[in-house]
Design a protein. Structure first.
Length: 171
């Protein structure tokens, strides 16, 4: 009788453990549960995204509300779909206040572009205006003066290759 009760208790404990994991363990949740949580949390979410992206969006949904409407929120949400994301505010490129632009790198299709525009509209500040978005590579140049760095300039690159060499390495 004791062995029968033990077997029943093991079975019951497994069912309870699986049920609790279905509620709280984002790393082992099935995809359908992640989709349900996105609806429940009303968080920025792409139902067509990969399961890894979905897990990340659900895990970060609560902390993301604290930065919702900021430059960091746009970057945090888009970084799951693109290799790198940069957001420039209007003051950085001499545009009107509350205007911004987004630069991403990675594969961009028409479907992904539509998703990007919807995603930015979902997490941006309501008074902000997306001027444009660009895709490609990016880099930074440090300009040095007399022993100190005096400015940093971000510039876009064409394609995946970087041009130029250090003077010492030029042949």
């Amino acid at each position: 009788m004791a062995k029968a009760i033990e077997a029943a208790m093991r079975c019951m404990c497994k069912i309870v453990r699986d049920g609790v994991n279905l509620i709280v363990d984002y790393d082992s949740m099935p995809e359908w549960r992640l989709d349900e949580l996105a609806w429940e949390f009303n968080c920025p979410y792409d139902y067509k995204g990969s399961i890894e992206q979905k897990r990340r969006w659900i895990k970060e949904s609560a902390p993301a509300y604290a930065i919702h409407g900021t430059k960091a929120a746009i970057i945090k949400y888009l970084i799951g779909a693109f290799e790198s994301v940069e957001v420039e505010e209007g003051s950085e490129y001499y545009a009107d206040p509350f205007h911004f632009r987004v630069m991403v790198s990675g594969e961009l299709t028409a479907e992904k572009e539509e998703w990007l525009r919807k995603a930015v509209n979902l997490v941006k500040n309501v008074r902000s205006v997306l001027d444009e978005f660009a895709t490609g590579s990016h880099g930074k140049i440090a300009v040095h003066g007399t022993g100190k760095e005096i400015a940093r300039i971000a510039f876009p690159l064409c394609g995946d290759c970087t041009c130029g060499t250090w003077p010492e390495m030029a042949e």
